[in-house]
Design a protein around this ligand. Structure first.
Ligand code: BMA
Length: 829
């Protein structure tokens, strides 16, 4: 009888001490040094005020993690015992019972070591020593400088090491160089053989069926092992099963799935998932090992085809091109192991709720946790996956470095390739536009050395291990002949930082004819609840030391304020400045994304920088570190809606062009209506007409000619309100003005709120206004809440009902008491 594989989980409580010191601290595994020291009360909160600056020593010294564990005699009887480390950050020396097992140097790899001979029955000890990476990178930097783009706070030289790049600081992240056993660690014991790889390739046939090709690779302990396997594919109640024998350590079976339920991105259909299980069986039928992979049946390709504008750049799902709507993802905490499933779920559900269908896992962070991709599979969020290289050059002239990266890429592709959500493997972030030259110099890497990794090694590994997926060398990728020039952004994907880094006005966005905007963004401050959490009362001024410390972009808070004064009036106080910065950010992104959506199919993607934060900070995120939705996130839900109505004003011609953009797969009919008012809300002009909403198209539907109203009222008194409804239900609405909001002479809107309880449960607030109110926002004092909509515009005679969601139950009375309602008018009182 084969003995089922056994594992001993070494996660849990360990002991921790600084090398050379005696004092022991309790440590959590998986975890990292900073969160252990914080939990033990040995350091202050690194995210509070400027505490971070006094904690750099943690990353500069060495740390020892130890624990004891018990090994039953029976466990030792297995033929092979492996220590499996799924994440060691980063220079680790592992010893069991004082015998050194291995040294590791790549945070992104999964390491396995044979440890049977090091173990004994009963009590055993394991020690993992983490040597600081700082002395190493300082030494290497002295020998030879590796160019990189760095901010004034950041540590130089992190690119010598395969460790989360942003751990050394970024233009939104702190310098908190941590270490630790950051992913699971366990002992795995087995006899005879185990499965060491399962690969599932799918082919979509012209008759609509899907062929699944399942290959299992065997790792056996001795020679002449006689094993077999069976493979099942299950979906709901349907199960297909077949036996598979091994030849040359490989078993391969094929299934044909008739009438498959395909996997679709969010907003395009269901996210059907199938389980594929491979059981490894001993000759007598005993189960030796089992591996299950959850897959989705779909094709997901990057289409780059010649067209009338040049070459397209567009993702197609099951053959259907779609507009990629989403954002860039960074690690959701500087201390990544402290993230729980519920954190990932909340952030990713928020992305889906804002009608996103794609996130880019950016190359300066980490290959994300399995749960991240599981959730993206379930929510229909496609993933543009960078390899972890960003804004730096790398020592690809060193064959050992390349070997290390090869193993890292293989581990992660094997771990992740079954996920239907993954759309693309991308070599790196931003090396091509600006970091390459003919030869290495102080600011550049030679493109020959660049090619070794990004044009040769990585695409070859993708081709070998995951051939159905596309590889794109760099975001943004510069056409080959042109590498020495700055990117011609009108090709491939583009990072568009003309607004913000190059200080162009928001209007610049409307001149963009790019094919796919994979990065662009605008910053804001987090809301007062978050800012009060990291500041002391004396810090609460935008340009205080602490507020500037929690701002890492080179142009910083002055850039927010400069743009703010271009669009809005001087905010009346600190809290208002925080909120208004969020409205400004929402406006910037609305300006950009509505333009690109109108421009489809020329432009076929917009992923703003950035969805989330890794600590509480002023940044480009739409959701702050505490998962509080900024104004942008609510506004994104509207500008990413499946059907969008938007308008383009032209002061010269006195007109507003109205557009309808649809990402739906089917035809709809609707009704578009427009209303032109003065700032008092008095109707000057209105109209409506039925419209055909064509699938996956954007069309100009109507032009409002408002010249005579501009003449009679002037642009500062004109407001244009548009609405699109389908089957009598409003699906999208928008507001357009010719004048900057700062120049609209808004009246006190006198908004009233009625709090009510719905029959089916839940609290709602119905808002009514006496005069037009722009960017009306609700806040619950003292409690976190999410609203069915927020930062919206309100017209007299058009009440709006908002549902209020709180984590903890709060009575309607309490909500009435704590509810604060403000709008643009209140920001400059
Ligand atoms: C992009 C990113 C990041 C950076 C962001 C904002 O270029 O790739 O490196 O955080 O800009 O500056």
């Amino acid at each position: 009888m084969g003995v089922f594989m056994q594992t001993i989980d070494l996660s849990g409580e360990w002991n921790l001490k600084q090398s050379g010191k005696k004092e022991l601290t309790k440590a959590a595994v998986p975890g990292c040094i900073h969160t252990d020291l914080l939990a033990a009360g040995k350091i202050p909160d690194p995210y509070y005020r400027d505490n971070e600056s006094r904690l750099h020593w943690i990353g500069e010294v060495d740390w020892l993690y130890t624990r004891t564990f018990n090994i039953p005699a029976a466990f030792l009887k297995h033929e092979r015992i492996i220590l499996r480390c799924e994440g060691l950050d980063t220079f680790a020396t592992i010893a069991i019972n004082n015998q050194v097992i291995a040294r590791t140097e790549n945070m992104f790899r999964t390491y396995e070591f044979d440890v049977k001979n090091a173990l004994k029955p009963g009590k055993n000890t394991i020690q993992v020593r983490f040597d600081s990476t700082i002395p190493y990178i300082n030494k290497r930097e002295k020998e030879r400088h590796l160019p990189a783009w760095k901010g004034p706070h950041d540590v130089q030289g992190g690119n010598w090491v395969r460790k989360e790049p942003c751990n050394y600081g970024w233009d939104w992240g702190p310098v908190l160089v941590t270490c630790g056993i950051w992913r699971p660690i366990k002992l795995v014991a087995f006899n005879a053989a185990r499965l060491n790889d399962v690969r599932i390739d799918q082919k979509h046939l012209p008759d609509g069926s899907v062929t699944l090709d399942v290959t299992a690779a065997l790792e056996s302990v001795g020679k002449n092992i006689s094993v077999t396997s069976n493979v099942t594919v299950s979906h709901g109640k349907r199960t297909l099963k077949t036996a598979a024998d091994f030849k040359n350590s490989r078993a391969r079976v094929t299934f044909n799935i008739k009438n498959p339920e395909l996997w679709w991105p969010n907003g395009m259909g269901k996210q059907s998932l199938y389980d594929v299980t491979v059981n490894l069986l001993a000759k007598d039928g005993g189960l030796l090992d089992t591996v299950t992979r959850r897959i989705g049946l779909r094709t997901l390709k990057l289409h780059r085809k010649k067209d009338k504008w040049g070459e397209s750049f567009c993702f197609a799902i099951n053959g259907v091109p779609f507009f990629a709507k989403g954002a860039n993802w960074i690690p959701a905490d500087t201390f990544a192991p402290s993230l729980a499933t519920k954190d990932y779920a909340d952030l990713l559900q928020s992305a889906a709720a804002a009608n996103m269908n794609m996130l880019r896992v950016w190359g300066g962070g980490i290959y994300e946790a399995d749960v991240f991709y599981d959730l993206c599979d379930e929510l229909g969020i496609c993933v543009w996956q960078d390899f972890m290289f960003a804004c730096s050059t790398y020592p690809t002239f060193d064959p050992a470095f390349l070997e290390n990266v090869r193993a890292e890429a293989e581990d992660n592709i094997r771990r992740l390739r079954h996920h239907p959500c993954i759309a693309l493997w991308c070599g790196n972030n931003e090396l091509e536009p600006g970091l390459l030259a003919d030869k290495w110099d102080d600011n550049h890497m030679s493109w020959q050395d660049y090619a070794k990794l990004f044009d040769e090694l990585l695409p070859a590994i993708v081709k070998k291990l995951d051939p159905a997926r596309d590889y794109w060398p760099c975001s943004p990728h510069v056409p080959h002949g042109d590498r020495m020039k700055f990117a011609d952004d009108r090709w491939g994907d583009a990072h568009l930082w003309q607004v913000w880094h190059s200080k162009q006005p928001f209007e610049w966005y409307r001149t963009s004819q790019h094919r796919f905007a994979s990065e662009f963004g605008f910053q804001s401050f987090p809301e007062p609840k978050t800012v009060y959490g990291y500041t002391a009362p004396e810090d609460r001024n935008i340009t205080s030391y602490v507020m500037e410390h929690h701002q890492r972009s080179d142009i910083g808070n002055t850039a927010i304020m400069t743009y703010l004064l271009d669009w809005f009036r001087l905010p009346s106080d600190f809290n208002t400045a925080l909120w208004l910065s969020q409205i400004l950010q929402g406006l910037a992104m609305q300006y950009a994304i509505e333009h690109w959506r109108r421009n489809m199919p020329h432009t076929m993607g917009a992923l703003y920088w950035q969805l989330n934060d890794c600590w509480p900070v002023a940044s480009w995120s739409s959701i702050d570190y505490h998962h509080r939705w900024k104004a942008l996130h609510y506004i994104a839900r509207r500008f990413y809606a499946p059907v969008l109505v938007s308008g383009v004003e032209n002061t010269k011609t006195g007109s507003v062009e109205l557009y309808i953009t649809s990402d739906l797969l089917e035809n709809k009919t609707g009704n578009i209506s427009w209303l032109v008012t003065d700032v008092l809300g008095k109707t000057l002009f209105k109209g409506d007409k039925p419209v055909a909403i064509l699938p996956r198209q954007s069309r100009r539907i109507h032009v409002l000619k408002l010249g005579k109203f501009i003449e009679s009222c002037g642009i500062r008194d004109l407001m244009v309100w548009v609405e699109l409804s389908v089957d009598g239900k409003r699906v999208s609405s928008n507001f357009i003005s010719f004048a900057r909001p700062k120049h609209l002479d808004l009246l006190h809107p006198d908004i009233t709120a009625k709090v009510g309880r719905e029959k089916l449960g839940g609290t709602t607030v119905t808002l009514t206004t006496k005069a037009p109110a722009l960017w009306v926002w609700l806040e619950l004092e003292g409690t976190d809440a999410r609203f069915s909509d927020n930062f919206f515009h309100l017209l007299p005679g058009k009440p709006v009902k908002i549902a209020v969601h709180t984590d903890k139950a709060v009575s309607s009375e309490e909500i009435s008491k704590r509810l604060r309602i403000r709008s643009l008018f209140d920001t400059y009182k």
